[in-house]
Design a protein around this ligand. Structure first.
Ligand code: PLP
Length: 470
């Protein structure tokens, strides 16, 4: 494909995306495909010879679209959002066009230096405090996902507790059993990370939660004491600012006190709701996070940046780099040897990395801080109104506190009825909802976070849910 063909087809692709996004609302939100439908419309073997570009464009409609679930629909209320926005898509395109692989500062200084500056911008936007900024001993990095961030953080925390022995000689060489702590409501990525780093999933203690589904500090302290008494080495607590199931906020200040008492690394997982901290009035959700050891938020959820873009900050970048740095001879270069630059390969699991900071740069400049705040406030207001309507409905009940843009509710007749309402609503094609189990109850989760969602969409969803609940 020469540059002129690329230009022509590129215009077609942008037109196709613009058309898709302008009519996404009219499509049934959930894909109607059955397992195997899409695979069966693809040939079993690759083509022997090249085809005209037009063929691929035509097949997008017939082969791909039937299997697409429309995350960009304004009627997307399930899971958490995965926003894509114009400036972010275009920045991603620029990143693809440049084709930069930014493993080292020297392999594209702009990729590294823009990332450092964007993470400092983000730290300011979210009120994370100076410890996480690159100007001190900390700093931020863009990871693919919060799950990868959790693995990196756990490795660094484990090495801090074992003097690096776990990484150098293996976990089995550590005389004491390593233990970590998170709440029973934490995201499954924390448990997965515990398995990946070799400490064993069973050595991650799932601490009990209170009535608002937040971690109980007393239960945490007891678990740590019991483990120490049994000869274990507690090395990490992972707190959640906005759990996946219900948006519960762990009490960071209390957890921080415990972590200080026992010299344990405190990680804060604010994957979805950390974005709310851009508004002063919501910053209470993470009071204390400024003193934590690490913090993650996913701009690829609520903050208008296309997947993937997960920001991780550490208060002590040396701890992360010591655990993850390996410098084979073929990567040596003057800038690295002089020690004056950041090489982000040392802050993550893979070696290679895309130029993801461009997405943050375009989004922050296009919308500005005030634009992002306005969206967050609007989403929270919509859900607060919806929660009031649910509360006033005799057949429905709120299942958890609802401080931000996620509301969980159930039908008074019990789990089967609640499930039926969700399935009927999803089958209508007009919206998408997901569920969670809270306590032992099946609940419907309704999250507003798609930037295209207007009040009219939430009102229509409520009308449907109300009629299904009658
Ligand atoms: N942490 C929380 C609280 C989440 O809600 C999620 C996903 O929804 C994750 C972590 C995992 O995110 P990722 O897909 O970036 O790994």
């Amino acid at each position: 494909m020469d540059p002129e063909d690329f230009r022509r087809y590129g215009h077609q692709v942008i037109d196709w995306i613009a058309d898709y996004l302008s009519e996404v609302e009219s499509r049934p939100v959930l894909s109607q495909a059955s397992p195997g439908d899409i695979a069966s419309s693809l040939p079993a073997s690759p083509p022997a010879h090249g085809e005209p570009f037009e063929n691929m464009m035509a097949d997008l409609e017939t082969v791909v679209m039937p299997g697409i679930t429309h995350w960009q629909s304004p009627n997307w209320f399930s899971y958490f959002p995965s926003n894509s926005s114009g400036p972010s898509i275009l920045a991603d395109l620029v990143s693809s066009g440049l084709g930069v692989q930014g493993m080292l500062w020297s392999t594209s200084p702009a990729c590294t230096e823009m990332e450092t500056r964007m993470l400092d911008w983000m730290a300011e936007l979210l009120g994370l405090g100076d410890r996480f900024r690159s100007t001190g001993s900390g700093g931020g990095v863009i990871q693919d996902t919060a799950s990868s961030a959790a693995v990196c953080v756990m490795i660094a925390a484990r090495d801090r507790a074992t003097g690096g022995q776990a990484t150098r000689k293996g976990v089995s060489s550590c005389s004491q059993q390593l233990t970590a702590y998170t709440s029973s409501q934490a995201h499954s990525s924390i448990e997965k990370a515990a398995g990946i780093i070799g400490m064993g999933r069973d050595s991650l203690r799932l601490i009990d939660v209170d009535d608002s589904f937040a971690m109980k500090p007393d239960a945490l302290r007891e678990a740590i004491k019991a483990d120490i008494a049994a000869g274990c080495t507690p090395f990490l607590v992972s707190a959640t600012t906005g759990t996946t199931a219900s948006g519960a906020m762990d009490p960071l200040e209390d957890l921080l006190e415990i972590c200080r008492e026992f010299n344990i690394w405190l990680h804060v997982d604010a994957a979805m709701f950390g974005t709310a901290a851009c508004c002063e009035e919501f910053r209470w959700i993470q009071a204390g996070c400024q003193e934590a050891d690490s913090y993650t938020v996913n701009p690829h959820k609520w903050m208008l940046v296309n997947f993937d873009c997960s920001c991780l900050w550490v208060a002590d970048r040396g701890a992360l780099i010591n655990s993850l740095s390996i410098l084979p001879d073929y990567l040596r270069n003057q800038a690295t040897d002089a020690g004056h630059v950041i090489d982000y390969r040392d802050w993550q699991i893979p070696l290679g990395r895309r130029f993801r900071a461009l997405k943050l740069w375009f989004v922050l400049r296009h919308y500005g801080v005030e634009g992002i705040r306005a969206m967050v406030r609007e989403h929270v207001a919509m859900v607060q109104e919806l929660a009031s309507l649910i509360e006033a409905e005799p057949n429905l009940q709120l299942a958890a506190p609802c401080p931000l843009s996620l509301v969980c509710f159930s039908h008074v007749d019990g789990d089967e009825r609640t499930r039926q309402i969700m399935e009927q609503a999803n089958a209508s094609g007009n919206l998408s909802l997901s569920h969670a189990t809270l306590g032992d109850r099946f609940v419907i989760r309704f999250c507003v976070g798609q930037w295209r969602t207007q009040r009219s969409h939430v009102e229509a969803a409520w009308k449907l849910l109300k009629s299904l609940s009658a």
